[in-house]
Write a protein that binds this ligand. Structure first.
Ligand code: SF4
Ligand code: SF4
Length: 390
């Protein structure tokens, strides 16, 4: 089932916590803040140029603990597999995984496997996703509102058609856990290795899982940040709930993960969105907004943003993307202080954090917030280097 691309509401929106207004417009990828840094003079600066250049060692600055040669060396090495994929088709204006879907490395098999039980094949896909290394996997129907209205031709940053093969019906959403100890060192170039490692992991995982589906005779388009907004798909697939820090908070890893996706014609059964109680917690918590060094995160209730880099006509918490990315650019690395300090940034395999989660998602959420008041402090990058690797 698909929806008209400008449809203000869709099935399961309420359960997914998605509020779409009549002003809704699909997002053009040219307006995302990273793409604007190449064409919009109100975003582009010597700092943004330096930020992108720092992913090559000869342009990586040195600024003390967390920003030494080995910090940048680890961060840049962690991005390597993702970079190999995204750069392999650059001369055609397609930065795969970012400004274009990842191209099929294998064809759709001529012989199509018979599938008579969508629930069974969904369970199998989740098992194969875990086999390839995904930490979370869930399925939702294709909802065209969240596909980009256009993608970007990176040769001149112009709009380009954002096409998917015919017959796509479902989106498989995958979650990739970021390293807890590295996230504790944000902000630092070292912490950026937690981001880069998961982009490299997700590139391999979506390519392999998509190849498996194509080998069964069905379309499968491997996707990272390209082609559509992953957050609404993750919410509709029931992986978590949207939060003030603009992240999906999951009961598995809190906000400490990245998402990728596969668009497919495989006849899958969908997962249902779940209301967890995260929004109610965010209503009494402002730790992320308080900790943001440039005050880019909102206080108060969700709102309909008019910012260029935000999807139009969706009531939600929205950051000031220019302020946020301006901070990244000045540091020459990504920031996720708002992930680090979030009370949900915990290891939920441990019993004490499982109990805390139950409390946080109950009417006793203020007690849970109080219990969290001494957590979330930054770990010095030098301390990370000094301790034994897990
Ligand atoms: S990533 Fe950093 S700068 Fe951006 S909103 Fe979060 S804390 Fe603020
Ligand atoms: S820090 Fe608090 S307000 Fe921010 S996302 Fe986490 S729980 Fe919500």
């Amino acid at each position: 089932m698909t929806y008209r691309s400008n449809h203000p509401s869709g099935p399961n929106d309420t359960d997914a916590g998605i509020i779409v207004t009549d002003e809704f417009e699909r997002f053009s990828q040219r307006n995302d803040i990273f793409t604007r840094a190449f064409w919009d003079d109100t975003v582009r600066s010597k700092h943004t140029d330096g930020f992108f250049a720092s992913y090559r060692m000869e342009a990586a600055p040195r600024r003390g603990d967390g920003f030494t040669q080995r910090d940048f060396a680890l961060r840049n090495a962690s991005w390597l597999i993702s970079d190999l994929v995204s750069n392999r088709d650059a001369e055609t204006g397609k930065r795969e995984g970012f400004q274009a879907p990842i191209a099929n490395d294998t064809p759709v098999a001529a012989e199509r496997a018979a599938i008579d039980d969508p629930a069974k094949i969904s369970a199998e896909i989740k098992r194969i996703a875990a086999f390839f290394g995904a930490d979370l996997c869930a399925v939702t129907e294709l909802d065209e509102r969240w596909l980009y209205a256009s993608r970007v031709d990176t040769r001149d940053m112009s709009d380009a058609p954002n096409d998917l093969p015919a017959g796509i019906t479902h989106v498989i959403v995958l979650g990739h856990q970021m390293d807890e100890d590295l996230v504790a060192t944000y902000p630092s170039a070292l912490a950026g290795a937690a981001t880069g490692r998961e982009y490299s992991h997700e590139a391999a995982i979506v390519m392999q899982l998509a190849a498996y589906i194509r080998n069964l005779g069905y379309e499968a388009v491997a996707s990272m940040n390209d082609t559509g907004l992953v957050i609404p798909y993750a919410l509709k697939a029931g992986l978590g709930e949207y939060a003030r820090n603009q992240m999906v908070i999951t009961p598995d890893f809190g906000p400490r993960l990245r998402f990728s996706k596969i668009f497919t014609s495989l006849p899958l059964s969908s997962d249902a969105p779940k209301k967890l109680g995260v929004a109610e917690f965010c209503n009494v918590c402002t730790k992320c907004a308080d900790a943001c060094p440039v005050k880019a995160l909102p206080y108060g209730a969700p709102d309909v943003s008019t910012q260029t880099s935000s999807v139009k006509g969706v009531r939600k918490w929205t950051s000031d993307a220019k302020k946020c990315f301006g901070f990244w650019a000045k540091m020459s690395t990504d920031c996720a202080i708002c992930m680090r300090v979030c009370p949900f940034n915990r290891d939920f395999t441990k019993w004490q954090h499982k109990i805390w989660l139950k409390l946080a998602l109950s009417p006793l959420r203020k007690v849970a917030l109080w219990l969290d008041k001494h957590r979330g402090a930054r770990v010095k990058p030098a301390e990370w280097w000094a301790k034994d690797m897990k």
